[in-house]
Design a protein around this ligand. Structure first.
Ligand SMILES: [Zn+2]
Length: 305
C-alpha cells in the first residue's frame, strides 16, 4: 500500500456478507466513522458473493503477458521462476534504502529467467512479470498449468538480528528444520491474508495415495535441487549457516513439481541489502543458479527422471 493508506482485514468464523459499508462524518464534525454492517449468510449466498469478487481469484494467465505458455510437450525443460510477493503484499523492507522485497524479487527473477533461457533445452518463465498480487496457490497453479518441471520462488528475508546474512534454500516439510525456518514459513504464508484472500483448504484428492507417493518423489527431487544450489553457491555467494533448511511453505505445495524457495539474503542486513540491489551481484547469483539447474538436470537424466 502507498503512503497515507491503510488496510483493515476482518476475519469471520462463519460466512458473512457486507450489507453496508460507508464512511460517515461523526456527530461532532471532528472526524469520520467507518460503518460496516455484516450479516451471516448461507453458504450458497456466500459463494455467489465471492463470484462477484472475481478480481481476487481470476486466472492470471491472461493478464501476464510473459506467460505465453511454453508448451510442456516440446521436450524442453520448463522452469517457473516465482518473484515473491507483489501488489498489496510488499514483503520485507530494506533497512537502509527501504526498498521493498517485491521489487528485489522481481528484478532478480527477470534476470534469472533470462539467464536460464540462454541454456539449450530450457524454457523459463515468470509467474508474475509486473507488480501484481498473486495468491500462493495461484503461483503453484500457474507453474503446473505451464507444465513446469521445477518451481523456484525468489525472496529476500528480514530478521530482528541485523547481523545475520547470507542466502538460504528452503524445501517443504511438515516439520520445520529449526525456529528460523518455522518463523519464516509463517511470515511467507501470511501473504494471502495480507491481501484478504481466504486460506484455501487442501483439495480432497491430496489424501489420494498416488498423490502421496508422487509427493514423496517430488520432495526427493526438491532436496536434490536445494543441494545443487548450495554446492553451486559455496565459496562464491555468501550462505547462512546450515543453508539448506525446511518448513511448511504454502507456495512449495505442488505435489508433482519439485520446488525450492530461495532467500537470496537479508534485507535487514545492510551489506546484504547492498548486494541485493547490485545488478552485477544478481548476475553472478543467477549464473550460479543456472549451474545448479544444470547439475540437477544431469542427476535426473541419469536416474531416468
Ligand atoms: Zn518473502
Amino acid at each position: 500500500m502507498g503512503a497515507g493508506s491503510s488496510r483493515i482485514v476482518l476475519t469471520a468464523k462463519k460466512p458473512v456478507g457486507v450489507a453496508l459499508a460507508e464512511v460517515k462524518a461523526d456527530e461532532s464534525g471532528k472526524g469520520f466513522r467507518l460503518v460496516i454492517d455484516a450479516e451471516f449468510v448461507k453458504q450458497d449466498r456466500f459463494t455467489q458473493l465471492l463470484e462477484q469478487q472475481k478480481w481476487s481469484i481470476a486466472p492470471t494467465t491472461a493478464k501476464t503477458g510473459r506467460l505465453a505458455a511454453p508448451a510442456a510437450d516440446d521436450g524442453s525443460f520448463v522452469i517457473a521462476v516465482d518473484a515473491g510477493h507483489g501488489g498489496i503484499d510488499t514483503g520485507a523492507v530494506g533497512v537502509v534504502t527501504k526498498t521493498e522485497e517485491k521489487k528485489v524479487t522481481l528484478a532478480f527473477a527477470e534476470e534469472m529467467v533470462e539467464a536460464l533461457n540462454k541454456e539449450t533445452g530450457i524454457k523459463a518463465f515468470l509467474t508474475r512479470s509486473k507488480d501484481e498480487f498473486l495468491s500462493l496457490s495461484q503461483r503453484v497453479q500457474i507453474a503446473r498449468q505451464n507444465g513446469a518441471k521445477l518451481f523456484i520462488s525468489i525472496h529476500a528475508d528480514t530478521l530482528k538480528q541485523k547481523d545475520i546474512r547470507g542466502a538460504t534454500v528452503y524445501t517443504i516439510s511438515d516439520k520445520a528444520s529449526d525456529h528460523l525456518a518455522a518463523n519464516l514459513a509463517e511470515r511467507e504464508n501470511l501473504s494471502d491474508e495480507i491481501a484478504g484472500v481466504a486460506l484455501e483448504t487442501e483439495p480432497a484428492e491430496v489424501a489420494d495415495i498416488l498423490i502421496d507417493l508422487t509427493r514423496r518423489e517430488t520432495q526427493a527431487f526438491s532436496v536434490n535441487l536445494a543441494r545443487s544450489v548450495v554446492s553451486s553457491f559455496e565459496g562464491q555467494i555468501k550462505l547462512i549457516n546450515n543453508p539448506h533448511r525446511y518448513a511448511g511453505f504454502q507456495v512449495l505445495r505442488a505435489p508433482d513439481v519439485p520446488s525450492v524457495l530461495l532467500e537470496l539474503g537479508f534485507l535487514s542486513n545492510k551489506d546484504d541489502e547492498k548486494l541485493l540491489l547490485d545488478p552485477s551481484w544478481r548476475g553472478r547469483v543467477s549464473e550460479r543458479l543456472v549451474e545448479a539447474v544444470r547439475h540437477y538436470r544431469q542427476g535426473t537424466v541419469a536416474n531416468g527422471g
